[in-house]
Design a protein around this ligand. Structure first.
Ligand code: GDP
Ligand code: CA
Length: 310
């Protein structure tokens, strides 16, 4: 049995980590958004790949919600002291990943480099970038168009969101490992993590061929809602949906993934208010506060998908 999970950063990493701990080694492929990737201070940074990698390596900072635990910040302090670029935080330990990735990328594509770094950290699951080709999320706001990290970090998502486009997507190809996962005869389920549908999942779907492969699926596809009681657990998903005039409910998630999903896992407290059409609904406690809850939810989602299969 193989499971393919589509993931962004923090929300993706939480479910991916639960799946990694309940599925046999080798049975999980995590396809990760690279629309947030950028070059900063000469370093190739892949924030969502890093979030997933750090979580599966058990080295993520679950309190801060991003980056490496037991982090130190000497590099940032020195950078600011020198009047260097201080708007994007790079912890000392995190920095080692970006330096190594940047070096390795001179000789190998991102998917090989991602697998190499994961192996060095003892990870047995496949973490695969959506594409080896550059795809860059560009956010159109009321203050004009900006690169993803300018919007997300420099401006803290404050400008009003209008639309997103994925520069480079037209000519990008899905990574070979992702295509192989779709074509694997052992594939039993496709899961869409509770990642931000617009900022994290849509870039993956923008790579030619990926959306169509999900539309043409022969196995169930199940999504997990990022909304609980009308709010996002973290990040700007609710703010963006509101700015687009959409309610911040599971119905909106179902509509967003129309044609792509057979099942949607929503919070049990939201089940009575569900008025949507389309996917089969499964209610569960979908807030993952710790690893035990990541595991419990992974079990529940896999069982739900198996049910949809039969
Ligand atoms: P980013 O790339 O780091 O911004 O993270 P993602 O896009 O992967 O995930 C962000 C989304 O995950 C947000 O919309 C959150 O609402 C959602 N999220 C985070 N933690 C949880 C959780 O414990 N449960 C659920 N259901 N959603 C979560
Ligand atoms: Ca992200």
């Amino acid at each position: 049995m193989t499971v393919l999970a589509l993931a962004g950063g923090v929300g993706g990493a939480k479910l991916a980590n639960g799946l990694a701990s309940v599925l046999p080694e080798g049975d999980l492929v995590i396809a990760v958004n690279t629309g947030d990737d950028f070059v900063h201070m000469g370093l190739h940074i892949s924030p969502d790949i890093d979030s997933v990698t750090y979580a599966l390596a058990g080295m993520n900072d679950s309190v801060r919600g991003w980056g490496v635990k037991d982090e130190s910040w000497a590099f940032m302090e020195a950078t600011r002291h020198l009047g260097g670029e201080g708007w994007f935080n790079l912890g000392d330990r995190d920095l080692a990943t970006h330096v190594l990735r940047t070096q390795l990328l001179t000789k190998a594509p991102l998917s090989a480099v991602t697998a190499d770094i994961a192996a060095r950290l003892g990870i047995r699951q496949a973490i695969v970038p959506m594409s080896d080709d550059p795809v860059r999320s560009m956010i159109l706001t009321d203050d004009g168009e900006m690169a993803f990290q300018d919007y997300f970090v420099r401006h803290q998502c404050a400008p009003r969101f209008r639309s997103i486009r994925f520069a480079g997507a037209e000519t990008a190809r899905p990574s070979a490992a992702l295509v192989a996962a779709f074509e694997d005869p052992a594939l039993e389920a496709i899961l869409i993590c509770p990642s931000n549908p617009i900022l994290s999942i849509d870039p993956i779907l923008s790579v030619p061929g990926i959306r169509q492969r999900i539309v043409d699926r022969r196995v169930p596809c199940v999504a997990l809602s990022p909304f609980i009681a009308g709010q996002a657990v973290k990040g700007p998903a609710a703010k963006i949906m509101t700015e687009l005039g959409l309610p911040t409910t599971a119905d909106t998630i179902a509509r967003h993934y129309e044609g792509l999903i057979d099942g949607l896992v929503i919070d049990e407290a939201d089940v009575p208010g569900w008025t949507g059409e389309g996917p089969t609904i499964h209610g569960a406690d979908i807030l993952m506060r710790n690893v035990d809850q990541q595991q419990a939810l992974a079990h529940a989602i896999l069982a739900f998908a198996a049910n949809l299969r039969s």
